[in-house]
Design a binder for this molecule. Structure first.
Ligand code: SF4
Ligand code: SF4
Length: 506
């Protein structure tokens, strides 16, 4: 039976520019001299380092452990010596630095012993989730949500449909297309494992209409026994967004501020499914990924890159010559981030590196309230209103206008006749709100520490008082007080006197 497809509101038809990189086989990037591994490559809390500078580590070894539930470990991506643990630039819209572990590669690529599972179906869903967490798997589709969290939510909330997302809707990016063509078996096997881990009733793998080779590669590995639906969705940006894809495939809408699990659906990217397959059947942690390198380079193509490899190494391999006329974008042209420093590392969420010609800055003009931005918004927001509040630092109002439902797709910026970089305003507002939240949590933590200390001192005082009171009670019970002792002596003296008076002794 053919699935009925639905439409999401807004969106754009864009020039895809995919042919430039998708038909060339992927290439392994040689081992870099140095690896920079951010402790936070996912949504949630950063991992906590387990190693010290000067320590030798092996490929696949856990070098930072998860801090809390929404966190995953970080693994060394090659063997070498830890050079430093400190703040380094990472791919980020505001060019910030974050804690990283830097490893000087020794060139031996010596493996840490790893354990594989022969029969995943014999494992409980919980055991499978633990393996997936311990192998450091976070969503490879862009958001970087720790995979085990989605899986646990799935088990706790009865999943009706598991969607494996191969809809790579942003122009230029072809890493998922290439991965499917080269490793379709991994994707299909990973889908089976994730389905087992969440007990999903239905499983759908979705690709775009303009990915025929990927579609056929997947079809070649899905058996009748699998009961997996393979669906092609129309090419329209941002059809690969989680909420948009759910709407296209099921006609259901994820509620504002809610999660897909609230409507019985979970979504994982095709690359995440492939990583799950490798983690379970080979014990391999997530230490590499496919990255598209495209735009103004000699040979646009996809690379298989060890995490922590500098972006500059990837660019060099594709024939990029450093120039003042170009700018580097990490991510796609719509949702990516322009970076100044090419020594930033490839992380779990780096799907694409694009080199583009610099364009003269375009004057930002006042909003004319034409409403075009609202027409193309796939989330039905009011982008112009959000922009006005963000610009005026009225962050409470941005929240009331559902800022956090914005998926930063860039459709609104793309059509704005006043050339307002709307998404940049939304990112700024989200960043400021997150900072404020951190400050608030920091203040709450400091207050909590103060209260804990006060409570500890009080408890100590109470224990001392009790001990003091306790020693008096014990003495009284044993009849060993001063008064008792005096009475005992008086009685003894009286007995002696009486014996003397009777003229007897013992
Ligand atoms: S598209 Fe630009 S000018 Fe038009 S309403 Fe939106 S923000 Fe204003
Ligand atoms: S960036 Fe946000 S506000 Fe703009 S169109 Fe996309 S979802 Fe809507």
């Amino acid at each position: 039976m053919t699935r009925t497809l639905h439409r999401f509101s807004g969106g754009l038809h864009l020039d895809t520019h995919k042919h430039e990189s998708r038909d060339v086989p992927s290439m392994l990037v040689p081992l870099p001299g140095q690896i920079i591994l951010p402790l936070k490559q996912h949504i949630g809390l950063a991992a906590r380092p387990l190693v010290n500078p000067g320590e030798r580590v092996l490929k696949g070894q856990i070098i930072a452990e998860p801090e809390g539930y929404v966190s995953v470990p970080v693994h060394a991506t090659t063997s070498g010596v830890v050079r430093d643990i400190g703040d380094y630039h990472i791919p980020h819209p505001f060019g910030i630095r974050e804690p990283c572990i830097v490893i000087d590669a020794d060139g031996l690529d010596e493996l840490f012993p790893i354990e594989a599972v022969t029969d995943y179906a014999a494992l409980t869903p919980q055991a499978l989730q633990e393996i997936i967490r311990d192998r450091g798997i976070a969503g490879l589709g862009g958001a970087g949500f720790p995979a085990h969290v989605k899986l646990k939510e799935g088990v706790d909330n009865a999943v009706d449909t598991l969607i494996i997302n191969g809809v790579e809707c942003e122009p230029y990016i072809t890493c998922d297309d290439r991965l499917i063509r080269e490793k379709a078996m991994y994707v299909v096997s990973g889908a089976r494992m994730i389905r087992h881990a969440v007990n999903a009733k239905h499983c759908v793998i979705a690709v775009e209409e303009d990915m025929p080779e990927a579609h056929d590669a997947l079809a070649g590995h899905i058996t009748a026994h699998d009961d997996i639906e393979l669906v092609r969705v129309p090419t329209r940006y941002p059809a690969g967004g989680e909420k948009q894809l759910i709407q296209v495939l099921t006609g259901k809408e994820v509620p504002s501020g809610g999660f897909s699990i609230n409507i019985g659906i979970i979504v994982h990217n095709v690359a995440t499914a492939a990583a799950v397959y490798r983690a379970v059947t080979r014990g391999e942690p997530l230490i590499s990924r496919y990255v598209t390198v495209t735009g103004e380079v000699k040979t646009p193509r996809n690379l298989q890159v060890l995490l922590g490899t500098p972006v500059s190494d990837c660019l060099k391999l594709c024939g990029y010559e450093d120039s003042n006329d170009t700018r580097i974008i990490v991510g796609g042209p719509m949702m990516g981030t322009q970076v100044r420093d090419c020594n930033i590392p490839v992380t779990k969420t780096t799907n694409c590196i694009i080199v583009r010609r610099k364009i003269p800055p375009i004057q930002e003009l006042p909003c004319i309230r034409c409403g075009r931005c609202a027409d193309v918004c796939p989330v039905n927001l009011l982008p112009q209103q959000l922009y006005l509040y963000a610009k005026a630092d009225r962050f409470d109002e941005t929240r009331q206008h559902h800022l956090f439902d914005c998926i930063e797709c860039g459709c609104c910026s793309c059509v704005c006749p006043s050339h307002i970089p709307l998404v940049q305003y939304y990112r700024y507002a989200k960043f400021e709100i997150a900072l404020e939240e951190q400050r608030r949590q920091g203040a709450t933590r400091a207050e909590q520490r103060f209260l804990n200390r006060k409570r500890r001192l009080q408890q100590r005082q109470e224990v001392k008082q009790k001990q003091k009171a306790g020693s008096t009670t014990t003495a009284t019970e044993s009849g060993d007080t001063d008064a008792d002792r005096k009475a005992f002596v008086r009685a003894a003296v009286a007995r002696t006197r009486s014996r003397k008076e009777r003229g007897t002794d013992r």
